[in-house]
Design a protein around this ligand. Sequence first.
Ligand code: PBG
Length: 326
Amino acid sequence: MTKNIEFKRHRRLRSSASMRSLVRENHLRTDDFIYPMFVIEGNTIKNEIASMPGIYQISLDLLVEEVREVHELGIKAIMFFGVIHDKDEQGTGAFVDNGIVQEATKMVKSKFPDMLVIADTCLCEYTSHGHCGVIHNHDVDNDESLKLLAKTAVSQANAGADIIAPSNMMDGFVAVIREALDTAGFKNIPIMSYAVKYSSAFYGPFRDAADSTPQFGDRKTYQMDPANRLEAIREAESDIEEGADFLIVKPALSYLDIVRDVRNNFNVPVVAYNVSGEYSMVKAAALNGWINEKEIVLEKLTSMKRAGADLILTYFAKDAAKWLNE
Ligand code: PBG
């Protein structure tokens, strides 16, 4: 019947589960995940974040149990965000030696030495105005902020952080933090730079979780315009020159083209940050029974690997690890 018609039989390679598994190009592994966590000042607190079901602000005393669970699931790396009450203009809470993230880091490193602790280096969770740096004339002062960010990174390294992840989007932050870490004796601590961070509405739920909504204006003078693609390459280039060891692209899902661009242009590990809004949207639909949560999450995370991400920062890390272990 089809004697004279030629076509390819693509379905040959999809004929059974074993066949599909044999030719599968990308794989999700628990080792790919970094789990972000919110540590809050105080005791016996485990507050579920209203816009992020399943994610909590946890006080130090309850954090051990939570980290134990993450560790037992086989997740190798966690990232901390601090939630504090007394904020000031400078974001002092970010760089004091007994800051909340510093204390959480010390605790985890003493109890679970092989758990990698990644410190998010930013001021917005600690400043009274909610911006990622210090304010002069109603704008974030780049170079003044760099000094405080360098101090923050060094105090996080002093507390035992394994990786420093600056997320503030000031120009020159990798160079200044690298220099400060080296001077303080931390030559071997890598920098995971939020090199390509867009000014995104997908961060909404995070700002509830970390209480870090800017009190005036927005972050558009330092975070990137979602319409831009070449600018992502410029940002990544300068961070590589300044000494970044990893490059983060954030958010992930609406920016998979950028993940691919960064993967194709640079040869360091690339991290996709599957941000809070991306989590909340899936959760909301799942809680309404509109989607199959497990299948949707694994498909989305796999799409990040396919786009070229080596690692994925995701609030779904625990769920995904459980599903992969099933
Ligand atoms: C701090 C920071 C933010 C996120 C990670 N680090 C917030 C922001 O830039 O507003 C967002 C993460 C998320 O939405 O999950 N600057």
